[in-house]
Design a protein around this ligand. Structure first.
Ligand SMILES: CC(C)(COP(=O)(O)OP(=O)(O)OC[C@H]1O[C@@H](n2cnc3c(N)ncnc32)[C@H](O)[C@@H]1OP(=O)(O)O)[C@@H](O)C(=O)NCCC(=O)NCCS
Length: 167
């Protein structure tokens, strides 16, 4: 049986999100832990991978505008890493972004977070830069997007173009 068969991805409403905090505690520390906890409460969409009624991982996502999606955080319970849970969550997020009309999706990862960068690269993301985002969206909009994404020094920004049907 594959992970995809065993894991269901569900929407997590605001009042249920505190039940996922332990996954963040296992996954992040310092500023990232604090920021991810705050984002868990406030971000527009949280999706959880659930198996046998217990959460295995989560992804926090938002739209940055009508055509750009952003994966804020993705985290998997330590005991269930390397089972394909993050891939299922990311595929789910990409499908939803596409349905929402996104033509590109961004994610930022710490420069030395190899598991995370590999996960995104294996799903078709590649490194981009402020210069490239400016060229596509204009400098002012790029500044705003970077602000919304909270890209901080030491992180790299990744981007995946999404083909829309009929585009
Ligand atoms: C990054 C993270 C979300 C991956 O979750 P996961 O469920 O273990 O990942 P998957 O099993 O779905 O792996 C999918 C792909 O990601 C890559 N990958 C995942 N973990 C990896 C690791 N430890 N080393 C190298 N590549 C890794 C691989 O390409 C993998 O494909 P493969 O198994 O076919 O080789 C998980 O390690 C985690 O929660 N880390 C802490 C939080 C974090 O850093 N989040 C990302 C920044 S927001």
């Amino acid at each position: 049986m594959t992970t995809e068969d065993r894991v269901t991805v569900v929407d997590v409403p605001t009042e249920k999100r505190a039940e996922l905090r332990w996954i963040l505690e296992e996954s992040f520390e310092g500023w990232y832990l604090r920021h991810s906890m705050g984002t868990l409460e406030s971000v527009e969409t949280v999706r959880a991978a659930v198996s046998a009624d217990s959460p295995r991982g989560l992804v926090m996502v938002k739209m940055l505008g009508p055509t750009s999606g952003y994966v804020f955080y993705i985290a998997v319970a330590r005991a269930h890493r390397r089972e394909g849970v993050a891939r299922v969550l990311l595929d789910d997020a990409l499908g939803r972004f596409k349905s929402a009309g996104a033509r590109e999706v961004f994610a930022s990862v710490e420069e030395d977070n190899e598991p995370s960068e590999r996960l995104f690269v294996s799903a078709g993301f590649s490194r981009t830069s402020f210069g490239e985002v400016s060229k596509a969206h204009g400098r002012l909009r790029a500044v705003n997007m970077y602000r919304m994404m909270r890209v901080v020094p030491g992180e790299v920004l990744l981007r995946k173009p999404l083909a829309q049907a009929g585009a």
